[in-house]
Write a protein of this length. Sequence first.
Length: 150
Amino acid sequence: MRIHGVSLDYIDEMRAYSNRRISSEQLISMCIHGVSPEFIEELEALGYDRVSPDELISMRIHGVTISFIERARNREFNDLSIDDMVSMLCEGWFREGRGSGHFTFMPGEEFTDKLTRRGFDPPTDEQQFFMALDSHTESRRLRLVCPQNA
């Protein structure tokens, strides 16, 4: 496990935050994908206090950040599930607004339904894609979600 950067301290920290058994494979994946005690603490502060190791890994792989969750909440999406937040499949990478690879976006019908129940027009696939990627500026995102404010 050491060759993957998993130290004894990391193991102890992750076990302290989990109410479930964590396998060595999960610990390795958590470490590789940057699941930190701080990330878990911030999730707990936002009400996500029973997140499984696999969900934590999935969130990190798909780029779900604390700021993404906070911005969604600022737009009154207070009850997004982890599945809602990681509903994009991708093969490739994104970092600091740049990406490469093959990406297949699967817009979530459940997400669209939640928007329409709150009085929003259903977003286009492109709008959902940019919201999910969180790779554009806040003003770009606002123009996509609320074109009348552009």
